[in-house]
Design a protein around this ligand. Sequence first.
Ligand code: ATP
Length: 720
Amino acid sequence: MSLQSALKALHAAGPPENATAAPTSITNLPANILEAFIPGYSVISRFLFDLLGFDITLAVSVSLLLFGLFTSVKFLWRHAYDQFQIYFTSFINIESHDDIYDHLMDWLAAHDVVRHSRSLMAESSHSNAWDLENSETEEEVADTTELLNFTNWDAKTPPKFIPYFGIHRFWHKGRYFTFSRQNKQMMFQGFGGTIFQHDETITLSCIGRSTNPIKDLIEEARGTYLKKGKASTAVKRPAPKDQRTRGRMWNKVATRPSRPMNTVILDHSQKDRILLDINEYLHPATPRWYANRGIPYRRGYLFAGPPGTGKSSLAWAIAGIFGLDIFCISLVEPSLTEEDLGLLFTSLPRRCVVLLEDIDSAGLVKRQGPDTAVAKPEEQDAAAKIGAEITKALSSAQQNNNKGNKDNQGISLSGLLNAIDGVASHEGRVLVMTSNFPDKLDDALIRPGRIDMRIDFTNATRSQTMELFTNMYLPDTPTMKKVLTGGKAKVAPSSTILRSPGSAQRMSSECTPYLTINANIALKAAASLTPPLTPRDNEFTNAASTIPSIETSDGSISLRANGDLKPSKSTVSTLTAEELKEIAKDFADRIPEEIFSPAEIQGFLLTRKKEPLRALEEVESWKVETLKAKEKKKEAQVGHFDTTPSSSQSLAAKIEAPEDSKAEESESEDLETEHQASVYMGSGDSESEGSEGSEPEDSDSGGSESDDSESEDYELEDSF
Ligand SMILES: Nc1ncnc2c1ncn2[C@@H]1O[C@H](COP(=O)(O)OP(=O)(O)OP(=O)(O)O)[C@@H](O)[C@H]1O
């Protein structure tokens, strides 16, 4: 029927006056009823009749009836649905500041929900430095002589889609789930006016009167999430002040690959000691043991030593090995109050590593008052005096700061002690404090019960230097890469506890029964390692098996492993493990003992990370220059702090009569070089009795995980 004929038909229906007559059908409502719904209806309909030539009453009546029907069905449906939800469905709510929120979002992003939902949120997924390390990208950057451009790589990273606010429905394992994401906006009156804050809640529900299916789903999401980050360590820091007031105490700031223990170069007996101690402490049976004896279930460790000697690295490695998150607290954070500190400790998970870095420079107000931070009379060492001055300056600066900030009174020593072992303190955590000046610490802070074990770090010894060197230049195998990148390596966490079957055996025999179980597991894991990760007992033999050939061309050197790795174009020759060992020895011979920190040596090697021979060649001049710079800095500091002239002696005073052949070899160098070379010889001679001609005891060939990624590691740690 054409439009014209339709209009004609309507026109034939007669004028609106007819409409006032009794309706001929239910769809043709009386005009007075329509008037009640639409005020002025009769005027409008007359006007439209004059204009169009037909009565609209029928059309309006039908529309109104349909609308009424729809509204009542909708109302009934909603009511019925609400009743159904109340009596026949179960709910679990999750706040956005909880870890489960992340677990679920991650799970949903990878689940069908996202594929079928029509309301999604796209998030740019920024891969971190380690994510880039996959075979595809690696091939693309095989040639390190060219400048890199990451634009294309970023473009290749697809965005991540997560469900947007609102309700999403999905089936999972034969059950129907509803996922609702709500945004809450809160309003606060602050000093600067009204502050709006957003917070999120998600509600998971399923049909049935039991919450078990939802719990299972959450458990599944959690499992998937944790599995993904199995070989990585989550780094958490206190949430910003405004979030803390709303109950969110910690924020995850990063996830980084677990640091293998063999990349922390430290006396192996010390490493074993601390690992066994923590392993025993974390064992599920231990809390009962503590409770039965009325001992608070806490354990604290002090890592003491000069800067850059591996204190934080060891804490990271411990977190990685035991699969714990690491919670870093900076006591100098301006918004942190004692109350906050207490709450932070209370909201720690059951097992975790809490890292309090550089506790000596945290400006703690001591119990007896800030002046007690002044150096004690027996402190003759310039470095110690400088440390005391810095602590004092920091302390007074913090107090000055606090004068203008009523909220923040700073953290006092007693505030920290309360947080560490007060009633509110969470039990089961591994507390690690690091300090460059342990002698400055208040006795109360380091008394047993608060600090149960102290590990002393020193500047690099000869064997440490050798190990640093070999770690830097051992080939990077795919297995190692997986360990470092948190890839699909299956043995990463356990294998790093014990470095080799030999050490696993030893550990097994030394441990308590329940530790033996763990050691046996570790023994199996260690046995399943590929050669480069099984060091210590037969380090160089293993390493040699991964290096099949030598190619020498232009004098620069790189390593190649069994065809697993392609040599980069910038480095063209290969060393055997034996040769590498010899170079490492030579290198260590040229570095004075306990003068340079491992961080300094690592920094030097990093700039020559594929050229061990160049490192060997250039180490002498680097050594001289660095020593000069150190001396200068020390003099400047001594002058600044007005200490006695003897305080500038440190390096010079360690110099003894040159007598070693190495020192004689360098006779062409200036006087100072000779002078400093003898520093090394002096200590090297005495040390050489134990170490000369022998491999560095306990060195880990597995440490080859260093290489390229170590520089990233270095930078990242600094940023933390
Ligand atoms: N013993 C070591 N073994 C391996 N690497 C080390 C060692 N000491 C330092 N490094 C390297 O030096 C860098 C700095 O180390 P780290 O932060 O652990 O030192 P630190 O003692 O905590 O320093 P600070 O006291 O300044 O905080 C890291 O990249 C780390 O890899």
